[in-house]
Ligand binder design. Structure first.
Ligand SMILES: NC(=O)C1=CN([C@@H]2O[C@H](COP(=O)(O)OP(=O)(O)OC[C@H]3O[C@@H](n4cnc5c(N)ncnc54)[C@H](O)[C@@H]3O)[C@@H](O)[C@H]2O)C=CC1
Ligand SMILES: O=C(O)[C@@H]1CCC=N1
Length: 262
């Protein structure tokens, strides 16, 4: 059994992705402080709500509450873990040392997933804790690869990874929102603008993933000399969008580091 503690946005993305990948809903249990939320997910996915103490029966316990809620959950779990249990924390900015100190001897793995796991297109970074066995790391890798892709990395790089793939979907949705708004400004209906932007993201992402060409070459392929795209990109440069993205990635990483100290 996999127990997901904190079945919010990210918890549900993983649950839905796992079920779509073939994991039986009966194999997944959820613990959530909100009873209506438990009922909603039971109904939507066929998983069952359990109490935190029942996670003692789970082979894999995924901690998906907000980072500031992690200490309370660890305190409740401490002393109640089954022998050989594996604890996977997806909380941003919560170091392995904090998790391992609170659960002495337990096998812990830190993971940074992202919400596209919901549609089987997730990306995750995996950092094994000191007591995690090779089999346990493979189990975690298998769970993340079932909903997309993953890399095993070291903890020093996890905040930078969060700044690209963990939080990255939000930057892209932000760009999508702004482009849709731009289309509406030019007289397209919101539905038309949404369809155009959505398919442009899908097509561009597929080219990036499948063409073997770099983002730079793909961007150049669209940019005809003295054409429309060059004019648009000039506006992005004038507004400092590249610098803003460099800064956004840095701020995100810095926030992750700060959270580790809170
Ligand atoms: N949202 C995202 O894209 C990503 C989130 N994460 C991490 O996932 C974690 C959850 O984030 P979200 O899903 O965005 O938050 P959320 O607020 O949507 O979900 C948190 C859930 O935890 C429940 N909860 C609160 N206290 C609890 C307790 N003591 N026991 C059990 N359940 C409790 C809440 O009712 C809620 O359903 C965070 O630690 C975040 O850093 C990691 C990667 C991506
Ligand atoms: O915003 C956050 O803190 C979480 C971690 C990565 C994505 N969402």
């Amino acid at each position: 059994m996999i127990a997901v503690v904190g079945a919010g946005a990210m918890g549900e993305a993983l649950i839905a992705g796992w079920i779509a990948s073939g994991i039986e809903p009966a194999e997944i249990a959820i613990v959530d402080a909100s009873a209506p939320r438990v009922a909603e997910l039971e109904q939507r996915h066929g998983v069952r709500g359990i109490d935190l103490t029942d996670t003692a029966e789970a082979e894999t316990i995924v901690l998906a509450v907000k980072p500031y809620q992690i200490p309370d959950v660890l305190e409740s779990l401490s002393g109640h873990l089954a022998d050989g249990a594996l604890v996977v924390s997806i909380a941003a900015g919560v170091p392995l040392a904090k998790l391992e100190d609170a659960l002495p001897g337990a096998a812990v793995v830190r993971v940074m997933p992202n919400t596209p796991a919901l549609v089987g297109k997730g990306m995750a970074g995996i950092v094994p804790g000191a007591a995690a066995t090779g089999e346990q790391v493979e189990r975690v890798t298998g769970l993340l690869d079932a909903v997309g892709s993953s890399i095993v990395t070291d903890e020093a790089h996890l905040d930078a990874l969060t700044a690209l793939s963990g939080s990255g979907p939000a930057y892209l949705f932000y760009v999508a929102e702004a482009m849709i708004e731009g289309g509406v400004h030019q007289g397209l209906t919101r539905a038309e603008a949404t369809a155009l932007v959505t398919q442009t993201f899908v097509g561009s992402a597929a080219m990036l993933a499948e063409s073997g060409k770099s983002a730079t070459v793909l961007r150049e392929m669209v940019t005809s000399p003295a054409g429309t795209t060059a004019a648009a990109l000039r506006a992005l440069d004038d507004h400092g969008v590249r610098a803003a993205l460099l800064d956004a990635v840095e701020q995100c990483r810095t926030r992750g580091r700060e959270m580790a100290e809170e």
